[in-house]
Structures are given as structure tokens and as C-alpha cells.
Design a protein around this ligand. Structure first.
Ligand SMILES: Cc1cc2nc3c(=O)[nH]c(=O)nc-3n(C[C@H](O)[C@H](O)[C@H](O)COP(=O)(O)O)c2cc1C
Length: 305
């Protein structure tokens, strides 16, 4: 049984992808390729290098993780060289995630990256962890999301652009519609659920250096499923779903909600890179046992029954 899937004109070997930021170093993303992911999204890159937020940046709790990494990355100039190397090495499509708080800068970064010929650009419109630096979260408003996507689309020509959305809004489907209107080729959902806090009772203070962070992992899966279900109802473009997927059953659930591709992120921290192979095997067996011809026939199935 094959898990291949057509995604924006490219045949992927399976629907699993590594979401942005799960590994920080650009070169480390090759681990996801080796583990069997069908596509890889790189850690978000910014125009200038960023050290990141105060340590600790990731804390584990009973049902997931809280993080406030603060976009640690080498910046565009150095990052470009490393990304070029990675794209050369990768046997699967590579998506570059970019972050900015304003549209002019988003366009500038995007323009610089075209020559690397990535499979697509993902606009991180939804980072929740810069509260101390800026109060702008672009994907919290439909209009600003529309403008960011439209602005970048104008400079990148045919290169596909994904809009990465935040679950921390009243109506994520509405924002997704604005992004589609702006020319987005796909919606990526969801970013972490935020803001949240964990107190370290031994130290008697917030566990994260930045105090507040975003939740990922099993705790957020039902929120991700709901968001993807709602987005699927209103857009015609594919959805890269993510949030708490740890096993093949979670992946099936997310595809039935409407995702074309399924991100496996925090689960790598809990279960190691072998989680990709395990999910792939589980999906193959499921399709065979349930007499499905391919993965495509599962997409959005929960809306039809
Ligand atoms: C440590 C960490 C860093 C992250 N960094 C980014 C990032 O740079 N850009 C981004 O768009 N999302 C980032 N995310 C969010 C993930 O891409 C994903 O949306 C989220 O973790 C939900 O998926 P998961 O539950 O499978 O991890 C990060 C998540 C974690 C845990």
C-alpha cells in the first residue's frame, strides 16, 4: 500500500511533515528526512539573527510542552547559506518558514529566498512568543493576514505561499478565508496554543525564562482538530494540519478533519524520530484493512458522514 499524495503539483511519498521549529539548527532538519517525513518545514527565519528568549525555552508537562523559544535563528544572510546546503541534501521538498512583524520586511525576506528554489514559503503569521517585544500578531486579524499574504505573493511569482495561523483567535476559519483571498496556496494550522504558563514549584516562579509560552503536543490535539475542521469548511486550498499528532490514529483523525498533510512535531521529543516510521506503517495498515485506495480518499471524510 502506497501513501503517496499529490500536493500542489508535487508527488510526496507520504503525508507526514516536520513542522517549523521542532529542531532549531538548519542542518538538523535532515534528521526528519532520514526518519521518513514526506516534506520538511524549516525553523522560522528572520531578517536579522535572533538569539532567542531567556532560558529555559521549552518545558515539559504531563500532556505536552510549553515553549517560548523566541525565534532563535541565524538571520537571513547566514541562514541562506545553510538552507542552500540543506536543500541540496534533502530528498524531499523543503519549505522555508519566514517571520516578520511587518509586510515590507516579509516581502524583502521572501524576495531574497526565491533563488534558493524552495518548494514553498510558509509565512509564520502567528508566533505567540514575542509579547515582550511587540504586540503584533498578524494572524489575529483577517485584514493584516490578507495583506501579508498578498504582499509576499506579489514578489514571489509562482512560488507557493502557505499562511501559518494561530488557534488563539475567535474565528480561525474567517482568518483562513482572508488568507485564501490574499492568494495563499495552503493554510498551515495550528501554531501553539497561547499564552500559557507553568510554575516551577521548587523554584517558586514561572518555569519558562520568558514566563509565558505556547502549548504543543497531545494537550492541543482536539483544538487542532476543531480548527482544521472549521477551516476545511470554508477554503478550497489544502491544509497542512498539525498539533499533538503522536500516532497513526491521530493522523487519520486530522486527515478526516480536512488536513491534506499532517505535521508530527512535539511527538519527536516524546517518542524519538522513529515515530515517523511507526505512523507510516500504521497508516498503510489502516488503508489496507479499511479498503481505502489511497490517503486522498480520507481527506475531509468527517464532513461527509
Ligand atoms: C520548540 C518549538 C519551537 C517552535 N518554533 C516554531 C517556529 O519557529 N515557527 C513556527 O511557525 N512554529 C513553531 N512552532 C510550532 C510548531 O511548528 C507547531 O505548530 C506546534 O508545535 C504544534 O505541533 P505539535 O503539537 O506536533 O508540536 C514551534 C514549536 C515548538 C514546540
Amino acid at each position: 500500500m502506497e501513501l503517496t499524495i499529490n500536493f500542489l503539483g508535487k508527488k510526496l511519498k507520504n503525508p507526514l511533515f516536520l513542522p517549523s521549529g521542532i529542531v532549531t539548527d538548519i542542518s538538523s532538519h535532515i534528521n526528519a528526512v532520514k526518519a521518513g517525513a514526506g516534506l520538511v518545514v524549516l525553523k522560522s527565519i528572520t531578517l536579522n539573527p535572533r538569539e532567542g528568549n531567556a532560558l529555559p525555552r521549552v518545558v515539559k508537562f504531563s500532556s505536552g510542552f510549553l515553549n517560548s523559544v523566541g525565534l532563535t535563528n541565524p538571520g537571513l544572510k547566514e541562514g541562506k547559506k545553510q538552507i542552500e546546503e540543506l536543500i541540496k541534501k534533502s530528498s524531499v521538498p523543503v519549505v522555508i518558514s519566514i517571520f516578520s512583524t511587518n509586510i515590507a520586511e516579509f516581502k524583502k525576506i521572501a524576495q531574497e529566498l526565491i533563488e534558493l528554489k524552495p518548494f514553498a514559503l510558509e509565512l509564520n503569521l502567528s508566533c505567540p512568543n514575542l509579547r515582550h517585544e511587540t504586540d503584533v500578531i498578524i494572524s489575529h486579524q483577517g485584514k493584516s493576514s490578507f495583506e501579508a499574504v498578498k504582499g509576499v505573493k506579489k514578489v514571489v511569482g509562482k512560488l507557493p505561499v502557505f499562511a501559518k495561523l494561530s488557534p488563539n483567535v475567535e474565528n480561525i476559519a474567517e482568518i483562513a478565508k482572508w488568507c485564501q483571498e490574499g492568494g495563499a496556496d495552503a493554510i498551515s494550522a495550528i501554531n501553539t496554543v497561547a499564552p500559557a504558563m507553568i510554575i516551577d514549584i521548587k523554584k517558586r516562579k514561572p518555569a519558562l525564562g520568558a514566563k509565558f509560552g505556547g502549548i504543543s503536543g497531545p494537550a492541543i490535539k482536539p483544538i487542532a482538530i476543531r480548527c482544521i475542521y472549521e477551516i476545511y469548511e470554508v477554503v478550497d486550498i489544502p491544509i497542512l494540519g498539525m498539533g499533538g499528532v503522536s500516532n497513526w490514529q491521530d493522523a487519520v483523525e486530522m486527515i478526516m478533519a480536512g488536513a491534506t498533510l499532517v505535521g508530527v512535531g512535539s511527538s519527536v521529543y516524546l517518542n524519538g524520530w522513529s515515530v515517523y516510521e511507526k505512523i507510516i506503517e500504521g497508516l498503510k495498515k489502516y488503508l489496507k484493512d479499511e479498503n481505502f485506495k489511497n490517503i486522498k480518499s480520507l481527506i475531509g471524510l468527517a464532513h461527509k458522514n
